[in-house]
Write a protein that binds this ligand. Sequence first.
Ligand SMILES: [Zn+2]
Length: 657
Amino acid sequence: MKKLIVVIAVLGMAALPAAMAVGGSLADCGTARLKGYLGERLDAMIANHVAATDVDYITAPFLEKTETKRWWQTEFWGKWMHSAVPYLGYCGSEKLRALIDRGVERMIASQELNGYIGNYPDELRCGEGWDVWGMKYTLMGLLHYYDWKRHEESNNSSRLSSNISRPTSSAALDACRRLCDYVIAEIGPNGRRGRELWQTGNWSGYASSSILEPVMFLYKRTKERKYLDFAAYIVKGMSEPEAGPRLVDLALKGVSVADRNGYGNTPETGGGYVMKHNRWKAYEMMSCYQGLLEYSEELRVKSEELGTGREEVERLRLAAIKTAEDIVKEEINLAGGSASSEAWFHGARKQHLPYVRLQETCVTTTWMRFCEKLLDVTGDPKWADEIEKTFYNAYLAALKADGSEFAGYTPLSGGRYHGQHHCYMHTDCCNANGPRGFLVFLRELFRTADGVATFNFYASALVKETLPSGRAVAFDMYSLYPRDNSARIVSHTTGPLKLRLRIPSWSAKTVVKVNGAAQQNVASGGYFTIDCDWRLGDIVEIAFDMPVVAHVREHHVAFTRGPVLLARDSRFADGDLMEPLRGGIRDGQVQPAFAAVRAPSDDLWMTFAATLPLGSHHANPEGRLPATVFFCDYASAGNTWRRDDFYRTWFPVELGP
Ligand SMILES: [Zn+2]
């Protein structure tokens, strides 16, 4: 037995990517190698979407420079790089590597002498539209490349290729510097265009102000004071002007994200879709808080050195946390999705109604990124709960079965379909953004910090990290979760180590066993720590408490099981999905009528049968009998993207006189 375990350990670990778990690196893809259902979905997405992207097509606008409508063709490459670079570390695809190199070569070639990289004519630059937003993503893309290339150059022996290809990391960083210097010269504190950064672009300055995140990334890599000064200027613009983004004071006052119009700006509720002054755009708002958290972390380091400034750090951090808590309370639905037409609308309380353009994939992935940053900054596992809910529902629902594209919007009831063609191009914001969401799940699945190892998520995966001491820790997890309720973790680690397991808040009674011995004091909504002297082959088993639970809103009911929202799908051909349930189901009530059953086809991940009181004819002896109908996980519902397939998650409950 012992020999067998050692063999498994050696074979299993050999398959892991060796070196990309570089803390703080934008090239970081974590150290989990997914297997099973999720592993297949990720592999398909990388192969059929990320590595199938036509990099010449998405970089052509930078070389052609034909923009006249102030649109956003210049966001697609940077977003793509944001996931392409970490996934290169995950899969090692030579094809992907060549695409990344070629894209950066073309981007650098497109840079003007003044530093500008974009496609706007000079008279339209740094003003209305999405020019600054595009430069934000270009900075992001180049900085991702820089981190990857720097890592490769410092190892000087790429496992992918014996020759390190061009461009170099320093060429990429130089291009970033020059681009950021251009923005500072045009619309920085004394910019020649005579306007403030927050006054450019849309949504009261949200879109342009979100450049803060890559500006902080650039500062952290160059340590040049001018970039930190520029970041401080952006934060000032985010906070102080009465008609600006007001991301700090409105948050600290507890103004809900859907109610932040007014307050000194001009709410244009009846105008064209792209609105100059509204403050309700979900994606752009959350992108600003990403940057604000990066900035506050830098201030925190400095305040610890200087012994002052802690109050400002806490103020900024609290603004981000209070905003995210408000989003959870007011906006996030049972699928972990949010926003209608990309705008906040108190959607959590209206989720049983058919709102227009629900759950834009950009909002879904940005919410996951925001939660990831909060998890890193606060260590609070409630943010991992949110990532998990969004990932298994809204996120996987948007990802086409073959991994090749993302839906633009994903309704809670209806059908799934292709996204949009944006800016005269055969792509859109959501297809560019989508792959970044899986990365959040992948990176946060297993983490080590301060010598403590943590599992945030449960999926079949091999994980391996090297502690600062140089010691390797590794585990092999086998799990069908959340299709079933358990996970089994085999140790490939020797010696003392604290291993933390996230216990989701919805699991009331979780059982954890170490080598068969049940552990005490396993509490939901926190981490359970196993502090032991590990041997190869030690086994940890976890069983979650995940009954089906009813959720009731204004004569509608929906059902969840653990983190998963359940749906009826027309493919089951088991009756009218709008047929009302009879009254009597209470909010929070456990539903023992649901049982896991064999799925009728491979395209459904999980299937349940439920015998429920359906239909209005309960005066009739036959009609009063319950009916057995089928449910699947929300992400599998409608995943054929066929127009004659449809699904439903919120079901009407009949009304009385
Ligand atoms: Zn989008």
